[in-house]
Ligand binder design. Sequence first.
Ligand code: A3P
Length: 284
Amino acid sequence: MPSSSIYMEYQGLLLPSETHSEKSLDFAQRFNLKDDDVLAVTYPKSGTSWMQEILPLVLNGGDLTPLHTVVNWERVPWLEERTLEMVVDKLPSPRAFVTHFLYRLMPPSFHTSKAKVIYVMRNPKDVLVSSYYFHKMAEFLEDPGTFDEFMEKFLQGRVLFGKWTEHVKSWRHAELGDRILFITYEEMVQDLPASIRRISDFLCCNLSEEVIQKIAEHCSFQSMKANTMSNFSLVPKEYMDSDKSPFLRKGIVGDWKNHFTSEQLARFQSVIDKELEGENFSLP
Ligand code: A3P
């Protein structure tokens, strides 16, 4: 079992105590979301930090200042993490947040506001691989053990924010109409300018093609990796050791092929397929 000081339990889910507390979760529940707020919702390792890069630029018309002056976790804070309370008064309007919350955990103000949601989904096999390396470098999390052991934990939902399938289904079933945009990590890798255009149209930002291209350039994997405000290199090594694995690790689609044995693939696929039976979406 995970050590209780490393993790806390919240509504049946495992959360890291380093970044979350009873107080931060209570703050999130009491948080007053506004109609023009935007939330990027992700299961961990699906492109959260990418959205922390893209959203401010889409919302401010392509002004690069926030990318170079504010660290990503303060630029677009997590709704549920400790940082929010410290930075909320400094956020420009319209505000952008990220969250790993399942739909059922959203605060009451979400339901009474018109705040928009961008749900980013990533293929769960790549999520698992990314998460495995993240657990190796994030010193505030438990060592993942072998890949095989970590895969079992992932499939059983004994990982941060529970089962991948429950997370995706909870947002797919949320009846939010045109308040929600579903986008995939894979389509962002394949065509970032087109993905930014989708996000911009969804948020009614009316950006020119020139601005879209500029945002895409500054939100590329290489640009983010070179930006100390976005690559987590400012986090002390005792919390995140990039010598073990960089946070911005590979940024590709299909790295699972370098990690799964054929037995692991069969097991993984059968569990995920069963849990997604009858769902009206396919895996990216
Ligand atoms: P990998 O570990 O596969 O490289 P999150 O921000 O939700 O924790 O997700 C982290 C994953 O998103 C990492 O995946 C990271 O490299 C990837 N990522 C972040 N920014 C990216 C970008 N601009 N292009 C491609 N992948 C990106």
